[in-house]
Design a protein around this ligand. Sequence first.
Ligand code: 1CP
Length: 355
Amino acid sequence: MQNMQTDHRLLKTIRHEPVDRTPIWIMRQAGRYLPEYRATRAKAGSFINLCKTPELACEVTLQPLIRYPLDAAIIFSDILTIPDAMGLGLSMQEGQGPVFAHPVRDDRTIARLTVPDPAQLNYVYAAIRLVRQELAGKVPLIGFCGSPWTLAAYMVEGKSQPGFPIIQKMRQDQPALLHQLLKVLAQAVTAHLLEQIRAGAEVVMLFDTWGGMLAGEDYMLCSLPYLQQIITDLKTHAETAAVPVILFTKGGHGWLEEIAMTGCDMVGVDWEISLAAARARIGQRTALQGNLHPACLLTTPATIRAEVAQVLASYGQGSGHVFNLGHGITPDVPPDHVTVLVEAVHELSQPYHQC
Ligand code: 1CP
């Protein structure tokens, strides 16, 4: 494991220690809204080649940090690298998003799935090592994985589909089969996060993008226990125990207390709840990350500043808030608006940190 920094404002904020201003990074900060990303992707030939070529993945990871003074890098990769390494055959179709050549839906296919050999994902670890070298301690590097439920949704459906009807049917008709899949995915996620941390990731984030499509009880059965297992495993393993874990369930405001009880260090919050309400419910148990609506970045500089002011005021005084969007930045955002956002957070957050 590479040496970890402990005193960057992002890490201090996660521990609720005093900082000079609110840190900011942006979900999907390396992506299609940046012309330089589109150029590197064209050079790579495809999204998958970009993910699998460590030098290019390193280049696009750093692109947003060259443009903007952000407080973290997130490794350029995708949550679907795990199912790809399990043999599902990932491709990215223009206009349709990710597609698997071999979705998993029956007992025999699911019984054959195993935790991928870490060598299958070496390209991710190589990219992390390169990024850590290039960053030279300037800002922390975030590694990530999808939640077992979110990965399973894509693996069973075979693609992105509103409501993911096939996994919802499996959940009702074949719960034991679904849990068999979720169990192997939880092991695969833990193993992938461990290797990312060994390679140099200083924070890890779990994206439960589709947790919110579960009804209350079903979230408690199909998503939360697997997230809990992963976090418990990380927190009890000597190599990973000290690494902060961010847990983001999109649409998860109904379960904030339970999410905060998993042992994660920071809870990602989308725009469906105010930070004031989230803070009141979670208290000091974890830090909070979020939660500007991504569509705000399509408005005007004046509106962006006003909305940033509102998000900061909603969290209020003191440490424990990492500014972010409530979900990923969209490809149609003008890059100049991100400059406005970052400057607004730098400037307007300072009064909240004067004790
Ligand atoms: O055309 C392109 O260039 C591909 C677009 C793209 C990008 C830029 C995809 C395909 N993945 C990524 C990178 C990516 N994916 C990152 C990079 C690091 C960063 O800068 O943040 C991360 C963290 C992800 C994670 C991811 N992939 C999630 C969870 C986060 C979220 O936004 O909810 C999910 C659900 C995916 C699946 C996926 N991969 C790509 C797309 C377009 C999607 C979403 C498909 C859908 O809408 O269901």
